[in-house]
Ligand binder design. Sequence first.
Ligand code: FE
Ligand code: CA
Length: 514
Amino acid sequence: MGTRTRRQFIGGLTSTAATTALVACHPRGPWHPGRGLPQLPPNLFSLGVASGDPRHDSVLLWTRLAPDPLGGGGMPEVAVPVRYELAFDDAFAKVVRRGHAWAEPRWGHSVHASVNGLRPDAWYWYRFIVGEEVSPIGRARTAPAPGRGDSLSFLFASCQNFRHGYYTAWEHAPAEETDLIVHLGDYIYEGGMASGGVRQHNSPEVHTLDGYRNRYALYKQDPALQAAHAACPWVVTWDDHEVENNHAGLVPQEVEEQPEFAARRAAAYQAWWEHQPVRMPPPTDEHLRIYRNLDWGRLGRFHVLDTRQYRDNQPCGTNDWGTVCPERDDPARTFLGARQEAWLGRSLKRSRAVWDILANQVIMTALPVAGALHNFDQWDGYTAARSRLFDELRDGRVENPLVLSGDAHAGAVGEVVGQTDEGFTEPVATEFLGNSITSNFGEELWEAAEQLVVDLDHVRWINVRQRGYVRCDATRDAFTAQYRLVDTVLEPSSPISTASAWRVEPGHIGAQQI
Ligand code: FE
Ligand code: CA
């Protein structure tokens, strides 16, 4: 085990061993082509393919067999071997790896195959095969080798409520030809069916494993989302709607939901694991550790956060907007949980990357609206935890911290600051808040939100009116962010354009408009 590998392992990067164990030590033993398959319905690959969490020597491949995607999956209650092929070309003339992984009933017949021993900084094509059925083709890639890497490009996105629009932005993602797509959460919404949406949910509000599986299936049947997954590896985290709006740890949105909430969250976590191209082992209890880091050679390190699972309840008697109270600043309250907080400190300190990128869910900077209102579901509700993170970010060893955020359904660019009785504190990082893919920003709040640019020096730009994603390009000399927004999500297709573009130079906090 090399230094870097050991460091990552100790740092708690997800364990290859666990993933491999799922495949190699399966109770049903190794499979060989002559062993035969159970009789299966057609349309096994209805949810597409994906890859995720790339390493310099490994790709993670995902699919889920679901011939009846909205009806529980439709697979018989048996484990099924799924073959995969990895090639240098899309005709699969030069196959570099063949293998198989088990699709097990207890994990919704999902497949997570870690393919190791690959060359760094290389693109591959992959596909899955079950009997006569061949999956769509996807593209995966490895990260640059440790210490290497001259460029990194990625899209980041969040908040894709199916009811609020078409995935007109995702349609444009493959043409961006980026190395990665980073999703900051609200990949699904748990809510029920309601009139007035652009598209309809498939069930009332979701509470059970079957319900969450069917909800993921509804979203993942979208062809634009499938194409975006097939285009490049994704790095995925979650926010609240993967379980329930504005929940905090094991505290649900409404107090009367408390008795069933731990079971509900466990079901939601399992379904998330089953449907995302992630390396961590599946959940074994009510928790699922998803915070992790991912290195792009020497150029970038992603610190992928989970600000939802371990947080204390929102303060001051509300789980969204309110006015401050002493509880908010209580140093005993946590946002990341003690273990993740310590892990993040180590992950930042040990990083030798030019760009330290925090893949974070909710707005980090202090954001008083109309002078006195704060959203306590954001970092603004957890000021002591935020100060502790600021101490880490001010450490001279963190050269260039960049914070990516979602959740707000609006795009914005600014600097991360705190707030005391004397005013705002010195900026500690640059923050890019990404627009939602579809989720609404209430029209009645547009003007109040746009006033923030006037009222607050640390907010440089804001766009609450459009939907889309942010395209980022990094080299050793600069980090640029382009807000790529579509005209509408109310039609099945829509042109995309760059609404605003920003540049960060190493050694500087804050972005310049370009
Ligand atoms: Fe959202
Ligand atoms: Ca959210």
